[in-house]
Design a binder for this molecule. Structure first.
Ligand SMILES: CSCCC(=O)C(=O)COP(=O)(O)O
Ligand code: ZN
Length: 207
């Protein structure tokens, strides 16, 4: 199997799993996986598709600027520039972006603070943090409609090979050195969002 086919299968597997969870409502979301380092080339989801469907046009290969490597009628994700920041600035191998109700509500509740910090939760170990008092902070950025501006704002928080950033009332982008790590960061973040919102709701009901 060629590297591109191998990476295609890896990304297709993740897409299938996330689709089953309804994490691609209304054609939202986009996924990317690096195929080569020199030159940097990655597979990214084609724009505007129903990501719950599986086709042989789900992904296309783009260069380090997010431009298609070959002539194609497919358009790279409208948010490819965010994946471009990740692959150009870090050693990340995979980047995942989803819109969920939970990540949107958390981003709105904590958007004015510009971040949300989690502590005292076992699942924080998914971020590679094993200390009892470990904290994990997810920055929250403004949802600029102009994607190059959004990508510039996002870039400020792309420093590590794995991480997560919330875009206010839009969604989350999580990345990691490989597909497993990116998925782990995404799932841990969504777990923490869901837990936090349920706890807030229960506290409000019980007082
Ligand atoms: C209806 S979703 C609006 C665009 C977006 O935020 C998204 O994640 C999907 O865009 P893409 O071009 O990757 O399909
Ligand atoms: Zn989006």
């Amino acid at each position: 199997m060629t590297m591109i086919n191998q990476r295609w299968e890896e990304l297709a597997d993740i897409k299938r799993v996330l689709a089953k969870r309804d994490w691609f409502p209304g054609t939202s979301g986009n996924l990317a996986i690096k195929v080569s380092d020199e030159p940097i080339e990655f597979l990214v989801t084609a724009s505007g598709k129903d990501k719950t469907k599986e086709t042989d046009e789900d992904f296309l290969l783009v260069d380090r600027e997010g431009k298609p490597v070959k002539d194609t009628h497919l358009k790279p994700s409208a948010e490819t520039l965010l994946h471009v920041e990740i692959f150009n600035k870090t050693k990340a191998g995979c980047s995942l972006h989803v819109h969920t109700v939970d990540n949107n509500i958390i981003s709105e509740l904590y958007g004015d603070k510009g971040k949300i910090t989690f502590r005292g939760q076992e699942i924080i170990k998914a971020y590679g943090l094993w200390d009892e008092d470990a904290e994990f902070t997810i920055p929250i950025i403004y949802n600029y409609a102009h994607i190059p501006t959004l990508a510039e704002s996002f870039s400020e928080f792309v420093k590590e090979d794995a991480g997560a950033v919330l875009i206010r009332n839009h969604g989350i982008t999580a990345w990691g050195r490989d597909a497993l790590e990116a998925k782990k960061y995404l799932e841990a973040s969504e777990f923490l969002f869901s837990y936090h919102l349920k706890l807030l709701t229960l506290k409000a009901v019980l007082v």
